[in-house]
Design a protein around this ligand. Structure first.
Ligand code: PBG
Length: 328
């Protein structure tokens, strides 16, 4: 027997702020946020395509990690802007144990060990062609040789102190290969957050500017990243990555793919994360600049929506701002 109007008035519990708080089904806190940060060899500078976002030098990146700690943000995610002269066809700089990424990991872990460090595993910031892997003469990204390179990359990151390696390359079988190498390499507690359902998206443009692959990338990434038309395939990707040893999975981009988050969470009941990517950030900022959007409200609403959809947490360039709004 369910009640009907007028005994049932759904507006009753919405009538006051305290009651809305009491009845909220979903809670967003700074502990739900992962803050992506760009690192550079240079002095550091603003990223043109992402107003309000900068590339930081090593001392800047350590300051950001301190800021994350003070704001209650548990994890920062690092992305390097590799100098042009260190980029090559095979992306070998990715597994140089002294590369920019590894130095940034060590600097953060030395200064602020209580902040988690997540590192992207993919070759695109290191290749001269901007692809996430090693290409053949036709430009096709080769799966198995790329996977071997990713294993070496994940290992130098783990050795430098990375807490979570996050393969974002979409090669088949790379999670198992990385898990294996971490186990036998003495890193059993390094987590893998697999970019399991990563779509070939138009929303990554500003990121490619930030890591300097913008002018380099030949063609698109459709032979490895997923078709936005598909969701059954996303479940297969997630199943595979979990079977191979992923501790958590990611859906990317975020807002246009909330249905995928909800399906993945319902099907697997594992920790799911979303990446509110650079294009999503840039659209919000463009809306604010055009005077048609309220930044604070949009930031909090979009982040809350990820939690409602089933996420354990969200990677967002608005992390520090959101944490401040949530008022530690
Ligand atoms: C690279 C990678 C990309 C992003 C995260 N890791 C770009 C791409 O796949 O081209 C995008 C993040 C963003 O747009 O904010 N493997």
């Amino acid at each position: 027997m369910s009640a009907a109007y007028p005994a049932l008035r759904l507006r009753r519990t919405r009538a006051t702020a305290w009651s809305r708080r009491l009845h909220a089904e979903t809670l967003l806190t700074p502990a739900d946020l992962i803050w992506p940060l760009f690192v550079t060899e240079g002095e550091g500078e603003p990223v043109k395509a992402l107003p309000g976002v900068s590339r930081w030098n090593l001392s800047g990146i350590v300051d950001r990690a301190r800021e994350a700690r003070d704001l209650g943000i548990p994890v920062v995610a690092l992305f390097p802007n590799t100098p042009r002269e260190l980029r090559s066809d095979d992306g070998a700089e990715a597994f140089n144990p002294d590369n920019l990424m590894c130095r940034a990991i060590r600097a953060i872990k030395d200064a602020v060990p209580e902040v988690g460090v997540l590192t992207d595993v993919a070759l695109d910031p290191y290749t001269s062609h901007g692809h996430d892997g090693i290409v053949d003469a036709s430009g096709y990204v080769l799966n198995d040789v790329t996977s071997e390179a990713l294993v070496r990359q994940a290992l130098v990151q783990a050795e430098a102190g990375s807490d979570i390696v996050a393969p974002s390359d979409m090669m088949d079988g790379r999670v198992a290969a990385i898990r294996d190498a971490l186990e036998s390499g003495g890193h059993p507690n390094v987590q893998i957050m697999a970019y399991a359902a990563k779509y070939a998206s138009a929303f990554y443009g500003p990121f490619r500017d930030a890591v300097g692959t913008h002018g380099l990338l030949k063609g698109d990434k459709k032979t490895y990243q997923m078709d936005p038309a598909n969701s059954e395939e996303a479940l297969r990707e997630v199943a595979l990555d979990l079977a191979e040893g992923a501790d958590s999975v990611m859906v990317k981009p975020g807002s246009p793919y909330l249905d995928i988050i909800t399906r993945v969470k319902a099907a697997f009941e594992v920790p799911v994360f979303a990446y509110q990517v650079s294009g999503e950030y840039a659209l919000i900022e463009a809306g604010v600049a055009a005077g048609v959007a309220d930044r604070d409200a949009m930031v909090l609403e979009t982040l809350l929506a990820f939690k409602r959809a089933g996420c354990s947490g969200v990677l967002t360039y608005h992390a520090a701002h959101a944490a401040r709004l949530l008022g530690a």
